[in-house]
Write a protein that binds this ligand. Structure first.
Ligand SMILES: Nc1ncnc2c1ncn2[C@@H]1O[C@H](COP(=O)(O)OP(=O)(O)O)[C@@H](O)[C@H]1O
Ligand SMILES: [Mg+2]
Length: 146
């Protein structure tokens, strides 16, 4: 497990950009952490690092945003609105995780796991973000899968 402290929104953005440098097709990144812990900020960095030209929005209403035009396509899922297992199962999101086209990043990934939704066998980074103060976030992650 790797643990680091981000001391500003920019540091979290830069972390996402660095992660994008090592991104491979089929990579799934699962983000867990409270509202405001910096999940979307990290996704913005990933999108920048991949060179996706579009601006990243919080997809809480859309469930999925797909960003093309970068080195790899980026799919951004937000499960915030799918709190129950039944809602998750009927959302039809399985293919994003089972057969990722490029990089897939999932906010509220703990919900996917709690609902025992399927996971592929490819590389998976499980990330936890915690609010330490107004400007500090503890970000820890483990790499699993292939
Ligand atoms: N070190 C930090 N890393 C990321 N965000 C931070 C940090 N410090 C303060 N913030 C603020 O916390 C909020 C994080 O929002 P967001 O990324 O949308 O969180 P989430 O998607 O987890 O709800 C932003 O308003 C951001 O400016
Ligand atoms: Mg968010």
């Amino acid at each position: 497990m790797v643990t680091l402290i981000s001391r500003s929104p920019d540091e979290t953005l830069a972390l996402g950009r660095r992660w994008a440098e090592t991104a491979r097709p089929g990579w799934v990144i699962g983000l867990c952490g409270d509202l405001g812990s910096g999940k979307t900020q990290l996704v913005k960095g990933l999108a920048q690092g991949l060179g996706c030209p579009a601006r990243v929005h919080s997809p809480s209403f859309a469930l999925v945003h797909e960003y093309a035009g970068g080195r790899l396509p980026l799919a951004h899922l937000d499960l915030y609105r799918l709190s129950g297992a039944a809602a998750l199962r009927s959302a039809g999101l399985e293919d994003y995780l089972l057969a990722p086209a490029g990089v897939v990043v999932v906010e509220w990934f703990d919900r996917w796991l709690q609902a025992q939704m399927p996971l592929g066998t490819g590389p998976l980074r499980r990330v936890h973000l915690e609010v330490l103060s107004d400007t500090e976030r503890r970000i820890s992650y483990v790499d699993l899968g292939a």
